[in-house]
Write a protein that binds this ligand. Structure first.
Ligand SMILES: NC(=O)c1ccc[n+]([C@@H]2O[C@H](COP(=O)([O-])OP(=O)(O)OC[C@H]3O[C@@H](n4cnc5c(N)ncnc54)[C@H](O)[C@@H]3O)[C@@H](O)[C@H]2O)c1
Length: 347
């Protein structure tokens, strides 16, 4: 079993991935500054993972842009860190348009600092959280990894820059094992309802918004556009259950640690599209609540339909998604009901 460093491990995807990796027997060191997360998430992960898991989960509260924090995270372990799973970053497209320098600082400078720390500590294996946002307005759906990288906002530019940084690094030094994983739309929660997505303020994404409307925390959902060229006129996305995504990271790590050094670039998605109105209907079915919505104008920067071609991930990782839209809605609803205010109830 490996000693791993997980940046941003307290966040939505990071916490679910920590659980899967602890259950697989790995030792984890998490570095997180809790900018968008709570220490409570990792306490719950340790509880869910079983009696000995707390001994295999260590945490440094720190910033990936700070080399001292990174050196503490790399050094405070019995074994050397064998691989890094790099989630830490900012992810709100709208905020990135308002504050581009912040996004370049945290996402790009932060990743550069982390890679420099990896060089100092002779670790050359990394799984990086990239995004389907890289594809901008897709010209081909389902989208293969060979599609053009043409982001349309600062968040997407920051992900493209880190992907390039990783490619330059792997070309310059032999021995790097790198997976650039392009996530589509991660949603849902662990089926226990103990960990889930806990956005600060008004959610940017559809799922937490829908769950907050159903529980009465927000009045209605805004559906942006009902005149898209899709079967029901609302936007179509490729939703992926966060536990399927977490298992995708485990599969990527297994491949990197077992095979020769390489640079992998893979879409992680289901390959199936669901419209906003499909999600509303599925959510109403599992929750028994109605989700009132109003239709607004299309938002600039949105695409009609974004769906992954996930065949490369299936071939290289022997991994594919298996949880349905109903399970995504059910698990998100269980999480929301058990934690109407997210983690903040206990903090
Ligand atoms: N959730 C999505 O829809 C989505 C889609 C594609 C890609 N991604 C990428 O996946 C990664 C994880 O996303 P998430 O949804 O779990 O987001 P999240 O905000 O829940 O998690 C990110 C974590 O990083 C931490 N963090 C932020 N800045 C930091 C810093 N400077 N130093 C240390 N820790 C820091 C936050 O506190 C948080 O715990 C991000 O890089 C994101 O861009 C997310």
């Amino acid at each position: 079993m490996a000693q791993l460093l997980i940046s941003g491990g307290a966040g939505f995807i990071g916490s679910h991935t920590c659980l899967v990796l602890l259950e697989a027997g790995h030792h984890l060191m998490v570095i997180d500054n809790y900018h968008n997360s709570s220490p409570e998430a990792l306490r719950r992960v340790a509880n869910l993972a079983g009696p000995d898991a707390a001994n295999r989960l260590n945490i440094v509260e720190g910033d990936i842009r700070n080399s001292d924090d990174l050196d503490r995270a790399f050094s405070n372990n019995k074994q050397d860190i064998e691989a890094v799973v790099h989630f830490a970053g900012l992810k709100a497209v709208g905020e990135s348009v308002q504050q581009p320098l912040l996004y370049w600082d945290v996402n790009v400078v932060g990743s550069c600092c982390l890679l420099q720390a990896m060089q100092r500590h002779r670790c050359r294996t990394i799984v990086f959280s990239s995004s389907a946002t890289l594809y901008g307005y897709p010209t081909q759906v389902p989208i293969p990894e060979s599609a053009a990288v043409q982001p349309i906002n600062p968040y997407g530019h920051s992900k493209a820059a880190v992907e390039q940084m990783l490619m330059d690094l792997s070309a310059s030094e032999p021995g790097w094992r790198i997976a650039r994983l392009r996530y589509f739309n991660p949603v849902g929660a662990h089926c226990s309802g103990k960990i889930g997505e806990d956005p600060r303020g008004i959610p940017n994404n559809l799922f937490p918004f829908v769950t907050q409307v159903a529980i009465g925390r927000r009045q209605e959902l805004q559906v942006f556009g009902n005149d898209w060229p899709t079967p029901d006129g609302s936007g179509v996305r490729d939703y992926i259950h966060v536990m399927d995504l977490a298992e995708g990271h485990q599969a990527a790590l297994d491949v990197l640690l077992q095979e020769d050094p390489q640079l992998l670039t893979l879409n992680l998605g289901s390959g199936t599209g669901h419209s906003v109105l499909d999600v509303v209907k599925a959510f109403e079915a599992v929750s028994g609540r109605s989700v009132p919505y109003t239709v607004q104008n299309r938002r600039p920067g949105d695409a009609a339909c974004t769906v992954a071609d996930p065949s490369q991930a299936a071939a290289r990782l022997n991994w594919s998604t298996h949880r349905s839209l109903l399970e995504m809605c059910q698990d998100a609803w269980t999480w929301q009901q058990n934690n109407p205010k997210g983690y903040s109830t206990l903090d």
